[in-house]
Design a binder for this molecule. Sequence first.
Ligand code: ZN
Length: 340
Amino acid sequence: MTISKLADGYIEAKYYGSRSNNKVCKITPHHMSARWTGKRCAEYFTKANKGKPSANYCIGYDGDIWCSVPEEYRAYTSANFDNDSQAITIECSNSSLNYPYPISEATWNSLVNLCVDICERYGFRLDYNGNPSGSLTMHRWFANTDCPGDYLAGRFDELEQEVNSRLDQKNILKIQDIADLDLYYDINQDVAQKCGRDYNKLWEHLVNCGVKEGRTYSYVFQPKYYLQVNKDVQKAYGNNYQKALDHYLAFGIKEGRRSGIEYYTPYYRDRNGDLKKFSNGELVKHFIMFGINEWRETSPDFNVKKYREYKDLQNAFKDDCKKYYKHYLIFGQNEGRKAI
Ligand SMILES: [Zn+2]
């Protein structure tokens, strides 16, 4: 049973159904047309009511959040099978029952927090494009209803921006996210001799010396390469490799800049249809955590499937995708091997 950690409690609704194997990839905020706590609304959904309504979550005028239908099930909220089998639906209390059906700041804040939590866990962003194909949808597109009320409907743009910018803030990467200590060990023989495969020592060496010395320690960011292809950064910082790293983490990732021979964010998005909606930061993270092992197209200058055609490498590395990346970075490019 999947229930957000942000929920204050769970009261099982009387009516709900199966998602029929659909993945959660949408959020549909509704309004209650009532001024209730979230708990009161969840209690309402335990009774037999006309239309058999329910919702995954109910947020009260004071901001309390109650689960009524666990996330792996389809709540009966939006009068549309396709939408509800892909959406987490959220009932929001009104703060007044007069037009335009406002909601309180407490309700708004809980709604934003819950949306951020859902997007993070299911790996999608809010996309409000005014029709049901986006990931932020509204009830009135599917049924003859005012829901979510003109007040909340008027803040969908803001909801999209607020939630996505919160996701971006959570996605600011640090050096520990992009550094690979096995790569650092393998590519820097003097460091390997000094530290052995002791990760604490390797890490200490990296942050105290390696970064400043412009050594290679990451598959997505090579400091010398970064300065060479980003002339504005080089102009500002010369050959200060620490500053190059700081610039990359603070701006370069977000801006999708070229930062390594084997990975390029816009190319990665363009060549991998399942990653189209990812932000630049999410793509970098995705490549490090998954993509480098998945035989994907990741750079216009390095194609891992092409590189695998070398028989000597194939004999040595078999199906270990990441080893081909490592080999090219340490040896292949210097040996003048072809990788595209
Ligand atoms: Zn509704």
